[in-house]
Design a protein around this ligand. Structure first.
Ligand code: AP5
Ligand code: MG
Ligand code: ZN
Length: 214
C-alpha cells in the first residue's frame, strides 16, 4: 500500500502516519524527520536544509528529490510506505508519479487531513518532537507518559526550531501557495480521500482506517 499524507503544517500528518505505519506494517517516511535527523548529525545535507527550514521555506526540490529517491531504494519499501511531508510541490508530485509509473506502480491513496489555520498555531506551540525517532506529542492533546521523554524510544523531546508563531505563519503561507494545489492534483488522479483533522487523534485514525480497510 502506497499512501501520501496531505495537510497543512500541524494538521496531524505525522501523528496519523506513525499510527498507519504500525497498523499496516509499512515504513513511515517523513522528509521533515529525515532533514531534522541530518541537522542533528551535522551532515552537509542538514546544513543546507536548515537554512530553509528555519525560515519556514521549502528545501529546494532538487535536494528533496535526491533524498527521497534514495530512500525508496531501501528494502523496507518493497510493500509500500506512508509518505508524510512529501510531495509538497507540483514538481515533486510529478517526479513521484513518474518514478512510480517507470516501475509499473502507482499511489493507492492521498489522504488530506483538513484543519483550518485558526487551530494550527495552538497545536504547534504545544508540540514536542523526538529527534531520534520522529515521535510527535502535544503537552495537552497527546502527552507522553513521562514529561520530556519519548514513549517509543526514550529520546529527549524538544520544541522544534520552526514552531515559533512567526515561522508557523510563514509555513502556512507556503503551504497555501505551494502545497495545497496537490489536493486538486490527486483528486484528478482519483485517489484523494479527505478526513476531518479537527477531531480527536483516535477518531481521525478511525476515519482513516475505515478508508484503508474498505
Ligand atoms: P515537516 O516536518 O513535514 O513539517 P510540516 O509539514 O510543517 O508538518 P508538521 O510536522 O509541522 O505537522 P504534522 O502535520 O506532521 O502534525 P503533527 O502530527 O506533528 O517539514 C518541516 C520543514 O522541512 C518544512 O517547512 C520544509 O522546510 C522542510 N521540508 C520537509 N519536507 C519537504 C519537502 N518535501 N520539500 C521541501 N521542503 C521540505 O501534529 C501537530 C501537533 O498537533 C502535535 O503536537 C500533535 O500531538 C498535535 N495533534 C495531532 N493531531 C491532533 C488532533 N487530532 N487533535 C489535537 N492535537 C493533535
Ligand atoms: Mg510532521
Ligand atoms: Zn523517539
Amino acid at each position: 500500500m502506497k499512501i501520501v499524507m496531505l495537510g497543512a503544517p500541524g494538521a496531524g500528518k505525522g501523528t496519523q502516519a506513525k499510527m498507519i505505519a504500525s497498523k499496516y506494517g509499512i515504513p513511515h517516511i517523513s522528509t521533515g524527520d529525515i532533514f531534522r535527523a541530518n541537522i542533528k548529525e551535522g551532515t552537509e545535507l542538514g546544513k543546507k536544509a536548515k537554512a530553509f527550514m528555519d525560515q519556514g521555506a521549502l528545501v529546494p526540490d532538487e535536494l528533496t528529490l535526491e533524498l527521497i529517491m534514495d530512500r525508496f531504494k531501501q528494502a523496507d519499501c518493497a510493500n509500500g510506505y506512508v509518505l508524510d511531508g512529501f510531495p509538497r510541490t507540483i514538481p515533486q508530485a510529478e517526479a513521484l508519479t513518474k518514478a512510480l509509473s517507470d516501475e509499473g506502480g502507482k499511489l493507492d491513496y492521498a489522504i488530506n487531513v483538513e484543519v483550518p489555520d485558526e487551530n494550527i498555531v495552538n497545536r504547534m506551540s504545544g508540540r514536542r518532537a523526538c529527534l531520534s525517532c520522529g515521535g510527535t506529542y502535544h503537552v495537552v492533546f497527546n502527552a507522553p507518559k513521562k514529561e520530556g521523554v519519548c514513549d517509543a524510544c526514550g529520546g529527549e523531546l524538544v520544541l522544534r526550531d520552526d514552531d515559533k508563531p512567526e515561522t508557523v505563519a510563514k509555513r502556512l503561507d507556503v503551504y497555501h501557495t505551494q502545497t495545497q494545489p496537490l489536493i486538486d492534483y490527486y483528486a484528478g488522479q482519483g485517489i484523494l480521500k479527505e478526513v476531518d483533522g479537527t477531531k480527536e487523534v483516535a477518531e481521525v485514525f478511525g476515519d482513516i482506517t475505515a478508508i484503508l480497510d474498505k
